[in-house]
Each structure stands twice: as structure tokens, then as C-alpha cells.
Design a protein around this ligand. Structure first.
Ligand SMILES: NC(=O)c1ccc[n+]([C@@H]2O[C@H](COP(=O)([O-])OP(=O)(O)OC[C@H]3O[C@@H](n4cnc5c(N)ncnc54)[C@H](O)[C@@H]3O)[C@@H](O)[C@H]2O)c1
Length: 338
């Protein structure tokens, strides 16, 4: 199949592209390589893809999803079978500093993706949502059946908006769409703005790490390979209408239209201080910690109910944090020659 992967130079996008290339799909990857974090890491991820044996199946184009004319031309030229939309302005905290970046990439960009799919008969759009859509919800584990109307950051609201817009296109144009709510993804080639990367860097440099919410967060940390498995299984399981869907008791996760949303998590929430201990063990160094209050926009706990994805696709997360954190540390030491 010919598949568009947006955000292909990103943490998840590069890993998904690699998987698709390896199995023989033709991937067109796009990314604007913005400097929200170190662009060298983004280029290195792309270089890593290009040096694989199957490099001939990968085409990369540097462009932004909010560039409407270029997006129209891209979709017309390539006539994609499927689209995996991962490009976004990510990060909860940065959405308090630079809200417009979220509107441009996550809202305007998403409409361009939907329009491209609509006018070029794309067979399935799979796009990144986020566990942050659960916002102020406290019933655990978080289920796609729960109402999610109380986001606590503009980032989260932009992801919820994507789900709403996707539903309208599934309804109006019969476009199969699947939204994936990722839960704190970590692993090799990970993101420098996220806790594991920041902690590792600081601990190795002998600096103090800032631990928010006094370390009392619980996060459903999910290893990158498990996320890739969930993305691919979802991509291959084209969203279809739920014939039993009842407008009098509307299930938020399905529809009479070909629309689905799934959680992708490890289903194993881990206390932040326990996560740091695992990192200390993998590094063989004890961290100097500064315990601080919760940050605005953050949520205290996340915990995914993944039963729907398991039932529909056979998804099964396999990597625990001991193995996953060690794999990250091994990659980090190798990549930065430490
Ligand atoms: N990593 C996580 O824990 C996590 C959790 C929930 C949701 N997500 C979502 O998953 C997706 C992938 O996340 P990631 O962790 O790989 O982040 P990432 O920042 O590493 O990857 C996103 C990529 O998109 C690119 N990009 C940003 N704006 C763009 C634009 N306007 N046009 C083209 N490219 C653009 C960036 O340059 C980056 O390479 C994002 O949509 C993110 O919001 C990630």
C-alpha cells in the first residue's frame, strides 16, 4: 500500500514508518522539522530510516500540514491508500506558552488532512489523539466509553477537537477514521521534552531533576514498540460502522459512521518515583531530586483500559518498564557516546 505518514521525523512517526517499510509498504513521510526540540535528533531518526535495506520504499518531503496548497497537491499526486497522521505540536506545558502553534498544526493541519482524505478516497485515516483528552476525569482505568468533555490544556482540547472533526468526516463522507489515544510513550529515539529523556540527561550530567506533583503522578508508560504494534493493528483494522449504535444512549467511542477511538496504553500505571528508581537502576546513578507542586495543565494519573483495542485487533502490550527503561538508557548512551 501507499501510505502517508505525517510527523515522520518524530519519535512515533519514524518508528511507524520503519515498520511499514519493513513489511513492504511504500511510505511517503512528511514533517516540517520544527525546532520545538533538537532538530538533529529528527534528522538522525530520518537518516536511520534511510539507511535501512528497504530505503527505496521511503520518500521524505519537508513540509507543514498547515500548508493548504501543498497538502492539496501532495494528496492529488500520491493518491494514498491509507494515512497515518502523527504530526502535531505535542506537549502539554508548551501549550500554555505558545497556543497558536497548536491551532496551526493541530487544528488547521488536521482539516487539511481530512480534506485530502475526503477528496482522494483514502481508505482509512488513523490519527494521534492523546490520553490527555481524559482531562479532569477521575474514574480509572480511563475508558473510551467515558465522556471526555473536560480537557485541562489547549493541547488536550486540540486532540479532542480532532476526534470531533474526524467524526463529522466519517459521517458526511463515509471516511473510515480511527483515533488513537496514546498514553505516555517512551523508548529509544524518544522525545527530549519528556520526563525520561530530561531525567536521563540531567542525572548523567550530575544536575538535579525536577519532579512535579512531588512524584505522586501515576503514568501508564507505554513502550514505543507496543505503540507501533497498536498503530499498525489499528491501521489494518479499517474502522466500520457500529450497527448497534444508539443515538438515545450514544457510545462515544463508535458511531453509525465508520469511526473509532481507542486507548493505546500498557494498562499498568506506574508511580513516578518508582519510574525514577527504575531509571536510577538502569543508569547505576542515584538522582538528585527537587520535589515540586503539580504543573498547570497536567493531570495527576493516567491509566488506560485497552480492552476495546485488544478485542478488535488482538493488541497485547509486552514491554514492562524495567526492560523498556533499560532499552532507552542503552540507546541514549550509544547515541550520545556516553
Ligand atoms: N509521545 C507521547 O507520549 C504521546 C502521547 C500522546 C499523544 N501523542 C501524539 O502522537 C503524535 C506523535 O508524537 P511524538 O511523541 O512522535 O512527537 P514528536 O514531536 O516527536 O513528533 C511529531 C512530529 O511532527 C512534526 N510536526 C509538528 N508540527 C508539524 C506540522 N505543522 N507539519 C508537519 N510536521 C509537524 C514535528 O517536527 C515532529 O517531528 C503527536 O500527534 C502527539 O501529539 C504522543
Amino acid at each position: 500500500m501507499k501510505i502517508l505518514v505525517t510527523g515522520a521525523a518524530g519519535f512515533i512517526g519514524a518508528a511507524v514508518s520503519q515498520y511499514l517499510i519493513n513489511r513492504g509498504d511504500h511510505v511517503v513521510g512528511i514533517d516540517n522539522i520544527n525546532d520545538y526540540y533538537d532538530v538533529n535528533l529528527k534528522h538522525a531518526r530520518l537518516a536511520h530510516i534511510n539507511t535501512s535495506d528497504a530505503a527505496s520504499h521511503f520518500t521524505f518531503i519537508e513540509m507543514g500540514v498547515e500548508e493548504r496548497d501543498k497538502m492539496t497537491a501532495l494528496f492529488e499526486e500520491h493518491k494514498f491508500d491509507r494515512v497515518v497522521h502523527l504530526a502535531a505540536q505535542a506537549g502539554v506545558r508548551y501549550s500554555l506558552e505558545n497556543p497558536n502553534a497548536y491551532v496551526d498544526s493541530n487544528i488547521v493541519g488536521f482539516v487539511n488532512i481530512l480534506e485530502g482524505c475526503r477528496h482522494n478516497s483514502v481508505g482509512h485515516l488513523v490519527y494521534a489523539s492523546s490520553s490527555s483528552v481524559y482531562g479532569a476525569n477521575e474514574t480509572m482505568p480511563f475508558s473510551e466509553q467515558h465522556n471526555v468533555d473536560h480537557q485541562v490544556s489547549l493541547y488536550a482540547a486540540s486532540k479532542k477537537a480532532n476526534e470531533l472533526m474526524a467524526h463529522t468526516y466519517s459521517h458526511l463522507y463515509n471516511l473510515p477514521t480511527t483515533g488513537l489515544r496514546f498514553f505516555t510513550v517512551y523508548g529509544p529515539w524518544g522525545r527530549p521534552d519528556m520526563a525520561l529523556f530530561k531525567f536521563t540527561k540531567k542525572i548523567l550530567e550530575g544536575d538535579t531533576i525536577q519532579v512535579y506533583n512531588f512524584g505522586n503522578h501515576r503514568r501508564d508508560f507505554t513502550y514505543i514498540d507496543d505503540i507501533v504494534e497498536g498503530v499498525i493493528k489499528s491501521l489494518d483494522n479499517v474502522a466500520s460502522p457500529n450497527e448497534q449504535w444508539d443515538g438515545k444512549q450514544p457510545d462515544p467511542s463508535t458511531s453509525k459512521a465508520p469511526y473509532k477511538v481507542y486507548n493505546i496504553g500498557a494498562q499498568t500505571p506506574v508511580h513516578l518515583l518508582r519510574f525514577i528508581e527504575t531509571l536510577e537502576e538502569a543508569l547505576g546513578v542515584e538522582a538528585k531530586k527537587e520535589l515540586l507542586p503539580m504543573q498547570p495543565g497536567d493531570v495527576p494519573d493516567t491509566y488506560a483500559d485497552v480492552s476495546s483495542l485488544v478485542a478488535d485487533t488482538g493488541y497485547q502490550p509486552k514491554t514492562n518498564i524495567d526492560k523498556g527503561v533499560k532499552a532507552f538508557v542503552d540507546w541514549y548512551r550509544d547515541f550520545y557516546n556516553i
